[in-house]
Design a protein around this ligand. Structure first.
Ligand code: NAD
Length: 357
């Protein structure tokens, strides 16, 4: 397929990555190469492989495999590399931080180095067009009091092993730009939700437990506040950053939807009650159970996304209520996917503890 733009998406079999791959395939004629290790969080069933046999390629492998990454870059000569690959779950990072340091810091370093080698080998025109986009989190900024917002200037104060490892990776990406000139863009976004999210995080856990009549676990007093971003809105922002973002810059991406966890759960309960008429355990709110708080649980995150809005014209288009409805509908209609991702190892791990955000 000559002259076709190619992008490489690491971690493209995960939640946000697979939504991003689908958006790119649907909205462009680009070729997409997914590099994913398929950890418990990655699932081939999240990728539309049979719909795009010519434009979507899947390679099972690790971003820390320097030889493999170098070969892929040479073979496909991408114009963009989007890095979604990471260990992404805060509770797991509390139980077992080592894997987070290995993947999010050391292996991201390997990926960056190979991308730099590749970029340096390009002709001037291709060199100036290339972008490395690093997908990161607002959790690097630490916790907010009752007021205030995270801006791109907010000092990094990560509080969990997860956010500390993401903060370290952000610093590495920044350093590759400042030291070597690699055209990088970092985005820090709030909590995503939507289709294809592994059922260990707050929203899918609550949806599935509400439908099945299981307890709805909420950490602490339920008043921890997060900003919620519908995954497709996030993916559109990332696409725009690939086209128009400035190399070396950082962009915050948020959903303008700050909610206390208890209100998130109540909203989901309302939608499940409505969509699943006749549930014996309805109203689902009666299933709510407060459980022991997560150690070091950040109280509040909130994003000021005015930079990407003012400079590039992006704003979220899906309201929280619409997004939750679409998400509940998706989980109700996709029991095969749920069965697939929660069988075997995945299921065992979910059973270990309640998982939120
Ligand atoms: P996810 O856990 O669903 O997916 C991560 C994917 O990366 C999986 O498919 C996994 O197999 C793959 N992976 C892990 N280690 C790998 C390695 N060494 N080599 C190749 N592939 C590997 O995560 P997600 O929720 O889709 O998050 C994607 C990115 O966005 C992460 O970097 C995360 O830190 C960031 N982020 C997520 C959220 C959120 O709310 N989910 C919010 C802000 C930022």
């Amino acid at each position: 397929l000559p002259n076709m733009q190619t992008i490489i998406v690491t971690g493209g079999a995960g939640f946000i990555g697979s939504n991003f791959v689908r958006l790119v395939l649907e909205s462009t004629d680009f070729q997409v190469v997914v590099l994913d290790k398929l950890t418990y969080a990655g699932n081939l069933g999240s990728l539309p492989l049979s719909d795009y046999p010519e434009r979507l390629h899947f390679i099972r492998g690790c971003i820390g495999d320097a030889g493999l990454v170098a070969d892929l870059l040479e073979k496909y000569t991408p114009t963009r590399v989007y890095n979604f690959a990471a260990e992404s779950h805060v509770d797991r990072s509390i139980d077992a931080p080592d894997e987070f340091i290995k993947t999010n810091v050391l292996k991201t370093g390997v990926l960056l180095k190979q991308c730099l080698n590749f970029w340096e080998s390009l002709e001037p025109e291709a060199k100036s067009a290339f972008r490395f986009l690093h997908v990161s989190t607002d959790e690097v900024y630490g916790s907010l009091g009752p007021t205030g917002l995270f801006t791109e200037q907010t000092q990094y104060q990560p509080n969990s092993p997860y956010s500390a490892s993401k903060a370290a990776s952000d610093h590495l990406v920044r350093a590759y730009h400042h030291t070597y000139g690699l055209p990088t863009i970092i985005s820090n976004c709030s909590n995503n939700y939507g289709p294809y999210q592994f059922p260990e995080k707050l929203i899918p856990v609550i949806v599935l437990n509400a439908v099945e009549g299981k307890p709805l676990p909420i950490y602490g007093d339920g008043m921890n506040v997060r900003d919620w971003l519908f995954v497709t809105d996030h993916c559109k922002a990332l696409q725009l950053l690939g086209e128009k973002g400035q190399p070396g810059e950082v962009y915050n991406i948020g959903g303008n939807a700050e909610k206390a966890n208890i209100d998130v759960v109540k909203t989901i309960c309302g939608v499940v009650d409505e969509l699943c008429e006749g549930l014996a355990h309805s109203p689902c709110e009666s299933l709510i159970e407060f459980v022991k708080d997560r150690p070091g649980h950040d109280r509040r995150y909130a994003i000021d996304a005015s930079k990407i809005s003012n400079e590039l014209g992006w704003t979220p288009s899906v309201t929280f209520e619409e997004g939750i409805r679409q998400t509940v509908e998706w989980y109700l209609a996709n029991s095969t996917w749920i069965e697939e991702v929660t069988s075997g190892e995945g299921r065992e791990r979910i059973g270990l503890r309640t998982k939120q955000d």
